[in-house]
Design a protein around this ligand. Structure first.
Ligand SMILES: [Zn+2]
Length: 202
């Protein structure tokens, strides 16, 4: 019985690493499958922060995933990274892939955005999935508490409003300028997220 599995977590919880591992294990056994991503920092590939990567299909918002996967049959599984950025329609298309094409779907996504709200794709995946898995690797705030908030920093200050999709970098060293502003993300516990406190050394 094929299933729609959705694994979610914060940045740094190992989602892309697990996505790559599942894809590797299946393809190394000769099982035909696809690796999809959307708005990955490095384009048409899935990259783990541990340094592993694999080529992937970079899907646009107007891609019909059901038609895409149907055209690639026989496919037995699909691994979807960055599923938080998928449109609700694309999530529904993946559910159809499971039900009508009998393909296993393993989707991975960030749980909440920098405002602390569920991403659109994540919300729909949680509604649809046959199995929901919370990633068990816990990211940590600078104070040592569990970090559940992806704070967005623009020029070093936390912002609580703005566009949902700005792909910056979580790596503190490799922050990148965007429209002249430096945007990066910082994992914080709720207390420090609310207080806007990014720690003593910054
Ligand atoms: Zn903290």
């Amino acid at each position: 019985m094929s299933m729609l599995r959705f694994s979610f977590g914060t940045m740094g919880s190992g989602k892309s690493t697990l996505a790559l591992q599942i894809h590797h294990n299946m393809t190394s056994r000769g099982v035909p499958g696809l690796l999809l991503t959307k708005l990955d920092r490095d384009g048409a590939q899935v990259t783990s922060r541990l340094g592993v990567s694999a080529p992937a299909i970079d899907i646009a918002s107007d891609f019909d995933l059901f038609e895409l996967i149907k055209s690639r049959m026989p496919v037995q599984f699909v691994v979807c990274d960055e599923a938080q950025f998928y449109t609700p329609e694309q999530c529904d298309q993946l559910a159809r892939v499971v039900d009508e094409l009998s393909v296993d779907v393993f989707a991975f996504g960030l749980i909440t955005d920098f405002r602390g709200l569920l991403f659109e794709g994540t919300k729909r995946m949680l509604e649809l999935a046959d199995q929901r898995n919370e990633m068990q690797v816990e990211a940590r705030c600078w104070c040592g508490e569990r970090a559940n908030n992806n704070a967005r920093l623009v020029n070093g200050r936390i912002v609580y409003e703005g566009e949902t999709v700005i792909v910056g970098d979580t790596d503190k060293v490799m922050s990148e300028p965007l429209f002249g502003d430096e945007v990066r993300y910082e994992l914080l516990c709720r207390r420090h997220y609310v207080a806007g406190d990014i720690g003593p050394s910054k």
